[in-house]
Design a protein around this ligand. Structure first.
Ligand SMILES: Cc1ncc(COP(=O)(O)O)c(C=O)c1O
Length: 483
């Protein structure tokens, strides 16, 4: 018997007309693609505009062949230190052995994936774990596949719980909550908003400005929800004082407004606590995780709401499916990946490690700031979510450099972060990330397995690069462009 068709082996598919197979690349073809072909397909079929930026930074010259722990390995066997960390998606580093083993066992045991018909033991266990970890009565979980999807779920559950008369949502300047159309309305970027027609029930305030929030709440009784990243990532790694969150909690309670904390990037231990809002000792009404929840191996995201908020929104049989399970929400292997990841986080003490290595990284970067005050403007962050801000040279760029910089792209003009990111990769085998809105900031989000030696490797590379001085850095970057 053929297990795939339930037909006797000999009868399987004998008479079906053969459909001609298109000229498809195989998995082995994909792994073996060379850079010219990768570039061609990227340009023809993925994103030609993005290729422009990759070329500018020299990232297009690298083909990653494997990745392990803190490092990528490229086509030449070069090990690249990963301080980018997939914008916070790689808490466990690349290919953590326990995560690989859990996934392999799941496959070998031929476990099921799609959880639409039957109760899923994997989704149930993951939800139980998230409720166990989350403070207060953040007990109800919706599983999805991306940060945007988790945040869509978050604003929808909050909007429904707030009720139709309280449907306005406050969001912050320089926020980033995703690019799907609902959360795009709360993402403060004219570029990403792209002239789409967005939802109009929103109110914009400066980040972490309690007076502005109080004024908004007092002025508009229709406001029922406020959505904030606990640490702004795209905005340039911006934190708020614990007192702000405590006052926010009190204000929300007073005005009966639901607080949604976006922890997609700063959650899962990155800040040095599981949730960054825990530093303030207060609990939001709804939160969201994604990125590292997928263990660096898959797409997994979760919205976690207080039980009464969730029950108000979807607690009855006739409301349960309004924002019910998505096809891939709670998919088996992603759930066990997340379960294993959450266990590793505690077994390997990665949350405390994030706090410790993050403090060490910031101490060393502040020493660099003292050494290069004309180049480094600020060092900030929490745990292993660190921002390094350079002075803005767009107006004060030395005259000698202006013609050189003028040949470069608008986005990089006068911004040292692009030059430094490109040269860190080219000359020091080190990868860093940029931020959406503040072009002078480099974003550092290494895996939480990061050790002192990695921090030293990174800071020593930065020190050596900065010792070239601004003129040297810009010249070297421009030279890399004309080669
Ligand atoms: C704070 C925050 N929220 C939401 C998102 C959206 O996540 P995704 O790209 O997985 O849709 C991101 C992504 O960077 C993020 O940083």
């Amino acid at each position: 018997m053929n297990v795939w068709t339930s037909e006797p082996e000999s009868a399987a598919m004998v008479d079906a007309p053969k459909i001609k197979k298109p000229d498809l690349l195989t998995v082995e073809d994909a792994k073996a693609l060379d850079l010219p072909h990768m570039t061609e397909y990227f340009k023809e079929h993925l994103n030609p505009g993005q290729l422009h930026f990759m070329k500018l930074l020299g990232f297009n010259k690298v083909k990653i062949e494997s990745a392990e722990g803190m490092y990528y390995v490229d086509q030449n066997g070069r090990k690249i230190l990963d301080f980018f960390g997939g914008f916070g998606s790689l808490a466990f580093g690349h290919n953590h052995p326990r995560i690989l083993a859990a996934r392999k066992a799941f496959q070998d045991e031929k476990r099921h994936e799609i959880a639409m018909a039957f109760l899923s033991q994997y989704a149930a266990a993951l939800a139980k774990n998230l409720a166990e970890i989350s403070p207060g009565d953040l007990d109800m979980v919706f599983l999805g596949s991306s940060g945007s999807e988790a945040m869509e779920a978050a604003i929808k559950v909050a909007e429904r719980a707030a009720g139709p008369d309280r449907g306005k949502i406050v969001y912050a300047e320089n926020s980033f909550h995703g690019k799907t159309k609902g959360v795009l309305s709360l993402t403060d970027s004219p570029l990403y908003r792209g002239q789409f027609r967005l939802v109009d029930n929103t109110v914009r305030v400066p980040f972490a400005d309690i007076d502005a929030i109080r004024n908004a709440f007092e002025a508009d009784p229709e406001i029922g929800v406020i959505v904030l990243e606990t640490i702004q990532g795209g905005g340039g790694i911006v934190t708020a004082q614990p007192e702000f969150w405590q006052e926010l909690r009190a204000l929300c309670d007073k005005h009966d407004v639901l607080w949604v904390a976006d922890e997609v990037q700063c959650g899962m231990g990155r800040s040095g606590l599981f949730y960054a809002f825990e530093y303030a000792g207060v609990v939001p009404d709804v939160t969201a995780l994604a990125k590292s929840l997928g263990g660096g191996k898959c797409a997994m995201a979760a919205m976690i709401a207080k039980r009464d908020v969730y029950m108000k929104a979807y607690g009855k049989p006739n409301t349960a499916l309004i924002h019910g399970p998505a096809t891939f929400g709670g998919i088996g292997e992603a759930c066990i990946t997340a379960i294993e990841g959450l266990n590793i986080l505690y077994d390997e003490n990665l949350i405390a490690n994030s706090a410790e290595q993050g403090a060490y990284l910031m101490t060393r970067l502040r020493q660099l700031q003292e050494k290069y005050p004309k180049i480094i403007k600020d060092v900030r962050g929490q745990g292993l979510m660190v921002g390094l801000e350079f002075q803005d040279f767009s107006q004060t760029m030395p005259l000698v450099l202006r013609p050189m910089v003028a040949i470069l792209d608008d986005k990089l003009k006068g911004s040292l972060s692009g030059f430094i990111g490109a040269l860190l990769l080219r000359d020091y085998d080190t990868l860093v990330a940029f931020t959406e809105y503040n072009r002078n900031v480099i974003r550092l989000e290494p895996p939480l397995i990061c050790q002192r030696a990695h921090v030293d490797q990174f800071v020593d590379a930065m020190d050596d690069l900065l010792s070239r001085g601004i003129v040297g850095i810009v010249k070297d970057f421009v030279a890399s462009q004309v080669k």
